[in-house]
Design a binder for this molecule. Structure first.
Ligand SMILES: [Fe+2]
Length: 289
């Protein structure tokens, strides 16, 4: 049932705890919402509100705790708790990052990068197979925002993602803002990255705000803070990606300094407008813009 719904979706917004009551009361004109299951697992009251919202809006589940990049293995207890919520929500999509955030049972606050080579590919593919088997649904794997590269990587990130899709049949979540952030920080061309991205596997896109910090050496590092409106460079790259791949359900991610819901919905409307214009203009004019 949900595959037809997904193809017609426009831009959605992240649903945060402080907006739950307002969504139930005001029924805003939102296409869909994305949630982090970890916010609801220990909060039964919030989970009940979420289930009520899920009766009226499509919901996408984006886990920040299923650590498919951890060499120590998947936390099956956590995965089972996420699955229990997913089974109640029947979401349109389930996603998570190409990263690791657990080590020997400890949860770290960051989504940490991993090197891209044959050994890490085997680990990630095995973990995604486990997650997809456990959930009984395709998993959407998201490209991370990165601040450093690994000398022992033997594959590009896009080649790694394509290989994971090949081995697992998983889908991809293309976070366009993460591409902009990583390309700036690691010094590569974000448009070339989009050109090389396995676009047919994309089930969802993300856009999130960022902040620029000065470095001691006079350079600038871009931090993926999800705390501000979408950056102009990310809008341009998004238009390019949509023109190249076609429109996909796109999420406005705003997780810190969270504004009124209307501000998020305005950003989602802008994403719909940018996507419509990109589809009309095509790849060349999107890149020129
Ligand atoms: Fe994202």
């Amino acid at each position: 049932m949900h595959s037809q719904v997904v193809s017609s979706l426009g831009a959605g917004v992240g649903l945060r705890l402080q907006h739950l009551a307002a969504v139930i009361k005001d029924r805003p004109d939102a296409s869909w919402f994305e949630i982090h299951p970890e916010n609801y697992l220990a909060n039964p009251y919030a989970a009940e509100l979420l289930l009520e919202i899920a009766r009226s809006y499509p919901i996408s589940v984006h886990s920040v705790g299923v650590s498919v990049g951890s060499a120590g293995g998947i936390d099956r207890t956590h995965l089972a708790r996420v699955k229990a919520l997913i089974d109640r929500l029947d979401p349109i999509m389930v996603s998570g990052h190409l990263a690791w955030s657990t080590h020997e049972g400890d949860y770290l606050n960051d989504l940490l990068p991993l090197p891209y080579h044959r050994e890490s590919l085997a680990i990630v593919a095995d973990h995604i197979n486990q997650v997809q088997d456990a959930l009984g649904r395709p998993y959407h794997l998201e490209n991370p925002s990165t601040y450093l590269g690994f000398a022992d990587s033997t594959m590009t990130e896009t080649a790694f993602l394509a290989a994971v899709v090949d081995k697992t049949g998983c889908r991809l979540l293309c976070d366009v803002s993460n591409v902009h952030v990583s390309a700036h920080n690691l010094g590569y061309d974000p448009y070339r990255y989009i050109d090389e991205f396995p676009g047919e596997a994309i089930g969802e896109m993300h856009l999130g705000g960022l902040e620029i910090e000065a470095e001691a050496n006079g350079g600038e590092v871009i931090i993926d803070t999800h705390s501000r409106p979408i950056d102009g460079h990310a809008w341009d790259l998004y238009a390019y990606a949509v023109a190249r791949f076609g429109a996909r359900p796109t999420l406005i991610e705003w997780d810190n300094a969270i504004p009124e819901l209307t501000t998020l919905l305005d950003e989602a409307a802008k994403a719909d407008a940018v996507a419509a214009s990109a589809l009309k203009s095509g790849v060349r004019s999107a890149r020129a813009g």
